[in-house]
Design a protein around this ligand. Structure first.
Ligand code: ZN
Length: 49
């Protein structure tokens, strides 16, 4: 199972996102401060447990 986290480059807020939320953040920016987000602000973590 893969979890994707978004980390805002401006306010440093980290949010766990699904595919739909990821698209929304890329379009609308950070949910907290509305700073524009890029692909590099997302990190995928694979959980083997
Ligand atoms: Zn932010």
């Amino acid at each position: 199972m893969t979890t994707v986290h978004f980390t805002c480059s401006d306010c440093a807020q980290t949010i766990e996102v699904n595919g739909e939320m990821r698209e929304t953040i890329l379009e609308a920016g950070c949910p907290v401060c509305t700073t524009a987000a890029s692909e590099g602000d997302f990190a995928a973590e694979t959980d083997d447990e």
